[in-house]
Write a protein that binds this ligand. Structure first.
Ligand SMILES: *Cc1c(COP(=O)(O)O)cnc(C)c1O
Length: 414
């Protein structure tokens, strides 16, 4: 057996959606009924109850000194962000566009922070006018903040995003350590702090975000401890008391065969200890900012089989959905080796007899348009509904919807 097929034969962690009468139940409705309600395939559905349960379960484990933020770029659907505003403590935005959605959704400006390299002058101006916290990532941003603050006659709330001198081990995506476009290199942070003091900006703390999509509680704990030690050292040069320490997040979700779920208890253990120390030694609360961990599992992507096509001994299920709506599931959003997301036939659940090996593909004229490569599914016919799990994060907004000019996808919150 090759390494590839060995990995493939390992099971997926399939999110716990219930099944009734052979159909996946979504938001209390059988999938085919939901599809009729939506009025078209493909569509994304996000389950409110699951979103709430996830956040509540995590909050129950967190110390009072930790605030849970939603990183909106994982899913900026306005209705979903509105729902999140009721269940988390704050929101992290990465553009002026996301800031608008966060404010519309009811997040209070004191609870919103703004990170991202290359913030434009006008985005920084909007941020100051809104009264949100800006995580500055360059010396230029400090100058622009200062100018905006003067022009508007408002304080500029600032936190320094630090590019640490370590990275988050075993991460799907590294966001810190070594040369990076994110944050200010830790060795230059004292200089940035002096500049913040000189310009009289309102300093509030640090953000240290080392990496993303991590399933190892041990690696996360190590990054949390190192980030805290770094913040503690940098606080000696701070122009004012550190009030808020954003230690990033990085909590991953099990997308692929063989991935196990993150052990939440273990992942927050060190964070809670760090938060206690932060409260005692700095008087600062800790922010945990999570995107995919909060929303991925609550979301599904649904498309319809439109053709079933044998080709030289292999069977293709051709659907109306594909990489133009769901680039991540096609394996083209940062995966080095393409691996399948968990996929089922939502209209033939528990159909254990008559199974077959198929590849589920989309309608685009490119071999990259694959939703599931060589998987075993119940025998499908055109009209059946394919469900891709773990689709609540980095779906629509992370996909090239214009590519090949197919109709846009619809999103519903159920
Ligand atoms: C993307 C991003 C996140 C969210 O990452 P997830 O892996 O979805 O949790 C959090 N913070 C910052 C600064 C980010 O850029």
């Amino acid at each position: 057996m090759t390494a590839r097929s060995a990995r493939k034969s390992q099971p997926h962690v399939v999110p716990p959606f219930s099944v009734k009468g052979g159909e996946l139940m979504v938001g209390g409705l059988p999938l085919s009924r939901l599809a009729a309600r939506v009025g078209q395939t493909p569509f994304y559905a996000y389950d409110r109850t699951k979103l709430t349960e996830r956040a509540e379960a995590l909050k129950a484990e967190l110390s009072d000194h930790v605030r849970l933020h939603f990183a909106m770029k994982a899913n900026p659907m306005p209705a979903l962000v509105c729902h999140m505003a009721g269940i988390v403590d704050g929101c992290d935005v990465a553009s002026g566009g996301e800031l608008k959605v966060a404010l519309d959704a009811g997040f209070e400006p004191p609870e919103i922070s703004f990170a991202g390299p290359g913030k434009s002058d006008s985005e920084i101006h909007q941020a100051v006018a809104s009264g949100i916290l800006v995580n500055v990532e360059s010396f230029r941003e400090i100058r622009i903040l200062s100018a905006s603050s003067e022009e508007l006659g408002l304080p500029a709330r600032v936190s320094v995003r630090v590019n640490p001198d370590f990275d988050l081990k075993r991460s799907g995506m590294r966001m810190g350590g070594g040369p990076k476009q994110f944050g200010i290199d830790s060795e230059r942070v004292p200089e940035a702090l002096a500049m913040i003091a000189e310009h009289g900006l309102s300093f509030e703390g640090f953000q240290i975000f080392a990496g993303s999509q991590n399933l190892s509680a041990e690696s996360l704990a190590e990054a949390q401890s190192k980030s805290f030690e770094l913040a503690l050292a940098l606080s000696a040069s701070a122009p004012a008391a550190v009030r808020c320490l954003n230690l990033g997040g990085g909590f991953g979700v099990p997308y692929f065969p063989g991935d196990g779920p993150l052990n939440i208890g273990a992942a927050v253990d060190t964070l809670n200890q760090v938060a206690e120390r932060s409260a005692e030694e700095l008087g600062a609360h800790v922010v945990l900012e999570l995107g995919r961990f909060l929303v991925s599992e609550a979301g599904i992507y649904v498309c319809r089989v439109i053709d079933k096509k044998p080709s030289r001994g292999h069977t293709f299920l051709v659907t109306d959905g594909g990489l133009h709506h769901h680039l991540s599931a096609s394996g083209n959003f940062g995966q080095v080796i393409r691996r399948n997301y968990p996929v089922v036939l939502g209209t033939r659940m528990g159909d254990e007899e008559a199974r077959e090996r198929v590849s589920v593909v989309g309608p685009l004229c490119t071999p990259l348009d694959v939703l599931a490569d060589d998987v075993e599914l119940p025998q499908a016919v055109p009209g059946d509904l394919v469900v891709v799990f773990q689709s609540g994060a980095y779906g629509v907004s992370a996909s090239p919807s214009e590519f090949l000019s197919h109709p846009p996808v619809v999103e519903v919150l159920v």
